[in-house]
Ligand binder design. Sequence first.
Ligand code: AQP
Length: 336
Amino acid sequence: MTEFKQRIFSGVQPTGNLTLGNYLGAIRNWVALQKKYESIFCVVDLHAITVWQDPAALREATREVAAGMIASGIDPRECIIFNQSQVPGHAELAWIFNCVARMGWLNRMTQFKDKAGKNKERASVGLYVYPDLMAADILLYKATHVPVGEDQKQHLELARDIAQKFNSDYGVDFFPVVEPLILGEAKRVMSLRDGTAKMSKSDPSENSRINLTDDRDTIAKKIRKARTDSAPIAGTIEEMADRPEARNLINIFAALSDQTAGDICVRYDGQGFAAFKKDLAELSVSVLGPITEEMKRLTDEKTYIDQILKSGSEKARALSAPILKEVHNIVGFLQS
Ligand code: AQP
């Protein structure tokens, strides 16, 4: 299996604007990893429809997420970029994994509980089996490493369980046991309004997140309005353990400036948040501004983006076809 050792797979749902959370938790790390690993990056539209998506908006968001990846520095000549629905193997392997995964495993998934809320009887079946599809996304390419934000850790553990159970049920050593790559100082970027909730594309409050489509003034305004507390910034991040909003802003600052959270605490030790927020706004605009502009430019180039997704999906199909064929063989599907 040596040829598969260095392969990564990761994805983003086209469920709205990309956020600073998606950027710091995932896409920025992919940019750094693409040189080291054979990389497959996917706009996971099959995942997106586990909650209702307006079809026209889904098409737009799919292009926008692809444009966001490229604008952030993912190189389509080096990596495979495609949208999931153009490679039917994802849905096919997910079905097989629906038959491998156990109800008890899925019942423990906190993302389903969070997203379905109190009304889980009305949640889609797709939302419930979302982690099986995610396992299929990764294992369809026998990817061994998956760079994600911390919120996806539990789903990756499930992907490992599925790979191991498949191997053991069929008496094979076929699927690798995937390793998460959870990197950087902002592994879980929190809402700007509530330091205990994840920054999310689908949060109803616009002020809870920074979108990669936000202009400079909007970014600055959202940071100015970000919730903090009345205590000054402490000299170490450990002293801020019980101050989730403050800690979140420090982590964002650290990640955007390629420093550690400790460095930022030392720099602002004893100060209030006014000067810090001003600097953070300037830093955010300087890092995100060029990405936003390039993303907007690329989003308008529909033919170019569609071509990248088409060519990426052809490569992804070619890469996954022999793996899927072998899965059919292992499971006992007659191939004529
Ligand atoms: N707040 C976050 N902090 C760190 N990483 C994050 N990611 C998402 N939010 C944060 C990482 O981004 C990648 C793509 O995530 P996704 O779009 O597939 O789905 P998600 O995790 O459910 O993100 P959202 O923004 O919360 O989407 P919605 O609102 O549609 O559910 C993943 O690697 C994720 O870890």
